[in-house]
Design a protein around this ligand. Sequence first.
Ligand code: C2O
Ligand code: CU
Length: 536
Amino acid sequence: MSSAPRSVPDGYSRRRRTMIGLTAGVLSVAIGTLLACTPSTTIAHRHDAAIGGPTAVTSAGSATAHQHPVGASSSATSQHDSTTGPSHTDHPTATTSTGTVPSVSVADLVDPDTGPADVTVRLTAERARIVTSTGRRIDGWTFNGTIPGPQITVHVGELVEVVLVNKDIDDGVTIHWHGLDVPNGMDGVAGITQNAVRPGETFTYRFRPSQVGTFWYHTHQESVVGVAHGLFGTLVVLPATASPGLDRTLLAHTWSSSGKQDQTTIGLDAGLATSTVVTPGTAVRIRLVNSDSLPQRWGVAGVAIRVTAIDGTDVRGPTPLTRPTLVLGAGGRYDLTFTMPDRPVAVGLLDGNRPAQVFSPNAGGATPTVTGGAVFDPLSYGSAMSAPFTMASHYDVEAVQKLETHRRYRNGFVTQWWTINGKLAPDVPMIMVDEGDLVRVHLINASDTVHPMHLHGHHVLVLQRNGVEATGSPWWADTVNLQPGDDAWVAFRADNPGIWMDHCHNLNHAAAGMLMHLAYNGVTSPFHAGHGNVSE
Ligand code: C2O
Ligand code: CU
């Protein structure tokens, strides 16, 4: 537990059912309403083709006027199955080579506990005029009137309930819990796990975090627009007994506007202090969060730090780093720790307008300038321990994601496409798995731009990058930042049934087609793209 008082934003109550009984009743009513909306689509394809194979199948649902929520084609490969040809059915069960897979709707993949929540938060999406810490006026889209929205701080294992209210965001809003492997029905993806919440509507999220760490939340309804406008905030899951000291989240977000220099801000409020007095000897934890679509380069001056967590997973045996350059991919998080020295420390960005936060033993003392040194590499950082799987393991499912850029020149205009395996969403074949499968994905960045690939609902173990096997603390990531030319092998256990987005977190790229899905056999979605739902 931090020595600073836990901030309690508006509408935030702990261990009290003050939310006018907005628990299971409203949840089931909401889902019942959504279920009634559209015909259901059974996703029952299995092992259609070889990796990157050309097989395209028409889903049962796309026979309707609605666009299939997860693309019109699917394929996967499996080393334990040679079945070819898709099978689909309107029947609630589908037969696959591994037997009968009962059909389940994403809307039913929720935490079974309908009792009172331990933590209740109300997040109201609303427009507000914001003045950023660099003095820019923003017509922001906010949660509870601030950007970032209120930090949600909970303890591991607590039942969390978040009531999303859309006051006046005409385009609609949802909340995705980036990096938190919640049940699929709570994943907040418009058109796949729910409908976008329209002005005047609400949606209740309930989940029980089992991961300790730094996460963030953001709209997943046309997120390329919503996140750029400010619909995001941070989410911190503390251990049951949190350690004392200063615990501070620093989220950096870049505001672009035509004709003016882009401004990156750390926290966005004009009133936010940029300097904090910290008693020497205090244990300090800084949680860096990148809500941009491009990587951020952070640095620290005045003290050696340890990177104690990556994407919400603790690093084993982190060693001290002096003057590191911390390249934080879009959507990614690094937790840094240090013991407060008797001189000022600055944590900030190395590029653009270079915002920084200063921690000093007293109000005086020269502020050190943040400069970058050697680039921090998680692949070899910390101490190794046996991981649950390695390059040598037997994988049930193998997939490739080859990322490419295609430019078309026409009448002096350039159109850019960002493809996966040569296809644009919704035509990128899905990766199909059964619960329990061990899955390995070969990520190849064959383009000239960086791609932060984000898989929902799972953390992947990075096995190897550019031919070099991982040697440090097991590197579990939810967002894998691939530089141009990089390739990486990542693996995960399919242990969270659902239909999950897997996309580039440069949200412009995702909106332009660089997205696909991981789908479990037998899981169906009653929701549809179109109908005002835009997942990216
Ligand atoms: Cu941070 Cu699909 O999202
Ligand atoms: Cu990308």
